[in-house]
Design a protein around this ligand. Structure first.
Ligand code: NCD
Length: 341
């Protein structure tokens, strides 16, 4: 599959070959993302950024990625602010918005909604999260981060021992990530959650069928010692029937400096799709880890921009024209380029 002109609705359509190509383009985006150079390759292009569910980093990083390539962004946020609240169908909304855009990124609370929207769209659509179903661009940036973090340690993805922690039932990021990991084989994957929030069996099967060693458990300490990457997740309270039910699990797994030093490998990498729930009764990833070199959460968010830039460039077919539209940066960028821990 070639990315040019394609929708990105699910990770199911993505091959290893395509990932490798995409990640090479993502690497080439680094000077533009770090504001060492400017490329205006998408000058004149419009992104429709449609977020019908709460979002900070996904929405803003899609917008930044498009702006960094010279394109313009138009966006709408919240179902209640859109004509969907007046009963307009996703098909009609897509027909209208695709007349105003060259590409659309969309998040919506219902599983399958972005695919339904894409059927009415005359331009490529990228799924920014459809309910508990999938979050393909997050999984791509997570995989990119996993590779980079292992490379920093002189390791490759074949040496991955990954522990996913938390709400594995409702977390769309882990659902998509499991499917991408199934493109590899012989990895060690530990799935640790409260019993009621276990990874749905379809995704466990996908991992097992790929030939990975999969261990399922309910105790935090069980998943930590063997992992070189720990992927913590938030209890997805918005997917529960009641807040009381969600509250039973908020704070169930708390990762902090003491637990990290007691149970984890010395260079273990901590990832999280974010937002981390930092309220006292949850505090799933403690601030006392902020200065630890293993905490990769903000490298992960920076990588999101690279991967989303690469997706836009490849889908719009300009990945080989970046240099042609390049110029120097004329403003002060010193603080931004301070090395990150
Ligand atoms: C995730 C999401 O929206 O699925 N956030 C994100 O996009 N980075 C995870 C979450 O909300 O917990």
């Amino acid at each position: 599959m070639e990315l040019k002109g394609q929708h990105i609705l699910s990770v199911k359509d993505i091959s290893l070959e395509l990932i490798n190509e995409l990640f090479q383009v993502a690497e080439a985006m680094r000077p533009y993302a770090k504001r060492q150079k400017v490329s205006r390759v998408l000058e004149g292009a419009l992104l429709g950024n449609m977020f019908f569910e709460p979002s900070t980093r996904t929405r803003v990083s899609f917008g930044c990625a498009f702006n960094l390539l010279g394109g313009e962004v138009r966006e709408t946020t919240g179902l209640s602010n859109s004509a969907l609240a007046k009963g307009e169908s996703l098909y009609d909304t897509a027909q209208v918005l695709s007349g105003y855009s060259d590409i659309i990124a969309m998040r919506h609370p219902a599983a399958g909604s972005v695919a339904e929207f894409a059927q009415g769209s005359r331009v490529p659509v990228i799924n920014g999260g459809d309910g508990p179903n999938e979050h393909p661009t997050q999984a791509l940036l997570d995989l990119f981060t996993i590779q980079k973090e292992l490379e920093r340690q002189g390791k490759s993805i074949n040496q991955l021992s990954l522990t996913m922690l938390g709400d594995l039932k409702h977390g769309r990021t882990v659902h998509s990530l499991c499917q991408l990991l199934s493109l590899y084989s012989n990895l060690k994957i530990q799935l640790i959650s409260p019993e009621a929030l276990a990874m749905p069996s379809e995704f466990v099967d996908i991992l097992v069928n790929a030939g990975h060693q999969v261990e399922v458990g309910t105790k935090l300490e069980q998943g930590l010692p063997q992992a070189n990457i720990i992927y913590q997740t938030r209890i997805q309270e918005e997917r529960f029937k009641s807040q009381e039910e969600a509250n039973r699990y908020r704070g169930y797994f708390r990762l902090n400096k003491q637990i990290y030093f007691e149970h984890c490998q010395p260079n273990a990498v901590i990832m999280h799709p974010l937002p981390r729930d930092s309220r006292n009764d949850a505090n799933e990833l403690d601030n006392d880890l902020n200065a630890e070199p293993g905490l990769a959460i903000f490298r992960q968010t920076d990588n999101g921009v690279l991967v989303r830039m690469a997706l836009f460039a490849c889908i719009l077919g300009v990945e080989n024209q970046l240099k042609k539209y390049e110029r120097d940066v004329n403003w002060f960028t010193g603080l931004r380029n301070k090395p990150q821990v």
